[in-house]
Design a protein around this ligand. Structure first.
Ligand code: MG
Length: 701
C-alpha cells in the first residue's frame, strides 16, 4: 500500500464550501446546550442565558470597564487582557446585548478551528482529509468542553491560533515562497499576545522547525527563514514592533534577493541575540518549575499559610480511557488516530511540525486533564488520514465517499453523545444575580465585598465592587483573612474585615498586598492573630479609620464548601507541624424519619427519645436543636431546644430540607449565625439584603 494519497484537485469554491459546512456543523453542535437549557428560567439574566465559567466574569469585568471608559485603581479589572479588548471591540460592532455576546463568542470563535485544519489538508493536496479532521476536532470532548456556548474564556483561540501558525508554516515549507513568512510572524505574535503562557509551545515549535531543517534539509535556505520569522513572532516585545521588524526583513529579502544570502546569518544572529536578551528560555524554566515543584505552603515572614493547591487537585494521574476520550471521543478512535498520525507523518513529513502539540497533549497523562486539548487536532488529522488510506482502494468514487462519511459519523457519534450529556449549569442563578445586582446599586466601586474566592469574579462583574480574593488571587496568605472572617465569631470577623480591607488597599501602594497578615502582626506588635484580636478589643480606637464601606456576602451555596473555607484559617501560622483537629461540620439533604430515629446518611442518626446523636458507633449528646425556616410571610422563624451542656448542635433548615450537624466552633461562626439564623450584632453589622439564597451585611466598624 502506498502511504501517500493521490493528490486531490479541488477548486477554491469547493474548499470554501467544505469550510462553511464544517463551521456550521461545529456551531450547531454548540447550540445543543442552548436548546436543552433554554427552558430553565433561573439561568437567565438580562434576557440572555448566563455564562457557565467562573473565570469568564473576570474578562467580562474588563470588557465592561473598557466600554464604560472608567474603572477604579487597584480593582484588578483586566482592561488590558486581549479577550476583554476583543469583547469590547466586538460589542461596538455587533448589535446584540453584552450578555448575548459573551455567551456566544466561544461558540462562534472556537468553531473557527475548522478553517486552519481544512487549509492544512489543502496544502498537502488532501482537502477531504482536512475536512474530516475538522469535523472531529471541532467537537472532540476536551475541545468542546472549553469552547462550548457560554464557556467565555481565552480557550476560544488558544488552539485556533497555533493551528493557523502551523498552517502558515506548512504553506511555507511546501511552497517555499517569501510571502508566507509574514503571516507566520503575525500568527505567532497574536498567539503570544492572546495567551502569554504559549511562550513554551511557541519555543517548542521553533525548536521543531530548526530540528526538522537540520535532519532533513540542512542546505535549504528557505527553512532557516521560516525559523527566523517564528523567532520574530515570539520575541518578548510589543506586537507592533514584531510585525514591523518582520515586514522590514521581508522587504529586504524580497527587493534585494542578492543581499539575502549575504546578510542572512548576520540578521539571524541579531534576532537570536534579541530573543535571549528579552527573556530567552527563562520563562520556560519558570513554568516548568511551577509544575515540577508544587509548593504546598506559601510562606512569608515565617508565617505558614494553607495553599489552594492542596484543595484544587486537577493534576494527577488520569485513567487512560478518560485521556483517550478527551482527545478523540472514544478509546478506539484514539488508538486508530495514533496509528494514523504515525503513518501520516511518514507519508507527509512536514506534518512533523505538529509534534509539540501532540507532546503537550500527552503530558496530560501526568500533568492533568487540561492539556489534552492540545492533542485534539493532530489526532484528528491522524484519524482522517488512516480513514482515507484504508478506503483508497475503493475504486468507485461515490462508494468511497459514502464509506468515508459513515466512518466519520461513527467517530463523531461518541463526541455527540458527550455533548448531549454535558449539561453544564450557569455559574449563578437569576435569584443570586439579582441580589448582586442590588448590592451593586447600593455600593460604590471603591467598596469591598468580602466572600469566598469562588464568588470573587461574579461579584465584581455584577456589583462592580472590589474583592479581597477571586479566581486568580487565592493563595494561602490572601485566603486567610477571608476564611477567618467567615468562620470566626462576629466580633473577630468584624475586626478582621476592616483590617484586611484597609491593609489590602494600603498594600497596593507599598506593593505588599500579599503580606497583609504579617504587616498587621507587625504594626500591632502581636505574636499571633489571637493576640492581635485581644489588642484591638482592648483598644478599639487602634482599628484603622474606615476609608470605604465593606460588605459581607453570604451565599447559601457556600455551605457545601464551608469546611474547605475553614481549612485556610484554622491552623497554626507559626508552626505548620502543629495541625489542630478540624472542627465538626456535617450537612445533608438525605433525611429519613424511621419513627424512633432520623437517619441522616453516612452512619449518622438522631435517636429521638434519648435526644442523642449517633455518629458511627459513637453516641454524642445533642447540645442544642434548632429548627429554622421561613413562614408564609417569608419571616425567619427559629425554634430551639437545649438538652446538654456539651455535645453537637443539630440545625434543621426546614425551608431548604437540610440538616446541619456542627460543633460550637461552627455554630458561632459569622456565616452560620448571620446566614442561617439572621443573628447579627447590631453594633458590628447591619443587614442590607436578605433572601433565601444570599444575605448581605454592611460592616459598621
Ligand atoms: Mg470596578
Amino acid at each position: 500500500m502506498k502511504l501517500q494519497l493521490p493528490n486531490e484537485s479541488i477548486n477554491t469554491k469547493t474548499v470554501l464550501l467544505f469550510i462553511l459546512i464544517a463551521y456550521l456543523f461545529a456551531l450547531s453542535m454548540r447550540y445543543i446546550w442552548v436548546m436543552d437549557i433554554q427552558g430553565i428560567s433561573s439561568f437567565y439574566w438580562n434576557h440572555a442565558l448566563m455564562i457557565n465559567t467562573n473565570d469568564g466574569y473576570f474578562f467580562a469585568e474588563g470588557a465592561r470597564d473598557i466600554l464604560s471608559g472608567a474603572h477604579q485603581p487597584n480593582d484588578l479589572s483586566p482592561i488590558n487582557e486581549p479577550i476583554s479588548l476583543l469583547t469590547a471591540w466586538l460589542s461596538k460592532i455587533i448589535p446584540v446585548s453584552f450578555e448575548t455576546l459573551i455567551l456566544y463568542m466561544p461558540a462562534f470563535i472556537g468553531s473557527l478551528i475548522v478553517i486552519p485544519l481544512i487549509l492544512m489538508g489543502r496544502t498537502l493536496g488532501q482537502t477531504t482529509l482536512g475536512f474530516v479532521a475538522a469535523l472531529l476536532a471541532s467537537i472532540a470532548n476536551s475541545y468542546y468542553n472549553r469552547t462550548m456556548t457560554g464557556y467565555y474564556d481565552t480557550d476560544m483561540l488558544t488552539i485556533v491560533l497555533p493551528l493557523f501558525a502551523l498552517y502558515f508554516m506548512l504553506l511555507a515549507i511546501t511552497h517555499q515562497r517569501n510571502r508566507f513568512l509574514i503571516p507566520i510572524t503575525v500568527t505567532f505574535a497574536l498567539y503570544q499576545w492572546w495567551y502569554p503562557q504559549s511562550y513554551s509551545v511557541n519555543t517548542a515549535l521553533l525548536v521543531t522547525m530548526l530540528s526538522y531543517t537540520m535532519l532533513f534539509d540542512r542546505t535549504n535556505h528557505h527553512f532557516y527563514k521560516i525559523a527566523l520569522f517564528i523567532i520574530i513572532g515570539i520575541l518578548s516585545l510589543p506586537i507592533w514592533i514584531k510585525i514591523t521588524v518582520a515586514l522590514a526583513i521581508f522587504s529586504f529579502f524580497h527587493f534585494r534577493p542578492a543581499l539575502d544570502q549575504k546578510w542572512f546569518w548576520a540578521l539571524f544572529s541579531v534576532i537570536f541575540i534579541i530573543y535571549f536578551a528579552t527573556g530567552g528560555i527563562d520563562p520556560i524554566w519558570g513554568q516548568l518549575k511551577a509544575y515540577l515543584i508544587r509548593d504546598t505552603v506559601s510562606d512569608n515572614a515565617n508565617l505558614h499559610f494553607y495553599n489552594v493547591a492542596q484543595t484544587v487537585r486537577e493534576a494527577g494521574n488520569i485513567p487512560f480511557t478518560v485521556f483517550a476520550e478527551r482527545i478523540s471521543g472514544h478509546t478506539i478512535t484514539f488508538l486508530l488516530a495514533c496509528i494514523g498520525y504515525v503513518l501520516a507523518v511518514i507519508a507527509y513529513r512536514p506534518l512533523l511540525i505538529t509534534l509539540p502539540l501532540v507532546g503537550l497533549g500527552f503530558i496530560a497523562m501526568s500533568a492533568g486533564l487540561r492539556f489534552t486539548i492540545y492533542a485534539v487536532a493532530p489526532m484528528a488529522i491522524g484519524f482522517a488520514y488512516l480513514l482515507l488510506l484504508i478506503t483508497q482502494s475503493i475504486e468507485k468514487k461515490w462508494l468511497r465517499s459514502i464509506v468515508v462519511m459513515v466512518f466519520t459519523s461513527v467517530a463523531l457519534y461518541p463526541n455527540y453523545l458527550h455533548i448531549k450529556e454535558y449539561m453544564t449549569p450557569t455559574v449563578f442563578t437569576t435569584k443570586e444575580i439579582s441580589g448582586l445586582d442590588q448590592l451593586g446599586k447600593i455600593s460604590n466601586g471603591e467598596d469591598y465585598v468580602i466572600s469566598w474566592w469562588d464568588y470573587g469574579y461574579p461579584i465584581r462583574y455584577y456589583s462592580d465592587v472590589k474583592t479581597l480574593v477571586d479566581g486568580g488571587k487565592h493563595s494561602g496568605d490572601v485566603n486567610y483573612p477571608a476564611s477567618y472572617i467567615l468562620t470566626q465569631p462576629q466580633q473577630n470577623a468584624a475586626i478582621m474585615a476592616r483590617l484586611s480591607v484597609e491593609y489590602t488597599e494600603k498594600g497596593f501602594e507599598t506593593n505588599k498586598s500579599n503580606e497583609i497578615i504579617s504587616s498587621m502582626l507587625k504594626d500591632y506588635k502581636a505574636d499571633s492573630i489571637d493576640d492581635l484580636m485581644v489588642n484591638i478589643q482592648l483598644n478599639p480606637q487602634s482599628l484603622p479609620k474606615p476609608t470605604r464601606d465593606v460588605y459581607l456576602y453570604l451565599p447559601l451555596r457556600m455551605m457545601e464548601i464551608f469546611p474547605t473555607v475553614t481549612l485556610f484559617s484554622y491552623l497554626d501560622l507559626k508552626n505548620p507541624a502543629n495541625k489542630p483537629e478540624q472542627p465538626f461540620f456535617y450537612m445533608t439533604q438525605s433525611i429519613q424519619d424511621t419513627g424512633k430515629t432520623v437517619e441522616l446518611g453516612n452512619n449518622i442518626s438522631i435517636i429521638k427519645e434519648k435526644s442523642i446523636l449517633k455518629i458511627g458507633n459513637q453516641e454524642v449528646p445533642i447540645k442544642g436543636f434548632y429548627q429554622v425556616g421561613y413562614d408564609q410571610k417569608m419571616k425567619l422563624q427559629i425554634n430551639e431546644q437545649h438538652f446538654a451542656s456539651e455535645g453537637m448542635n443539630v440545625i434543621f433548615m426546614s425551608s431548604y430540607g437540610r440538616f446541619l450537624i456542627v460543633d460550637d466552633f461552627y455554630l458561632n461562626s459569622a456565616y452560620i449565625q448571620m446566614f442561617v439564623f439572621d443573628h447579627y450584632d447590631p453594633k458590628l453589622f447591619e443587614p442590607v439584603l436578605s433572601d433565601p439564597m444570599s444575605k448581605v451585611y454592611k460592616l459598621k466598624v
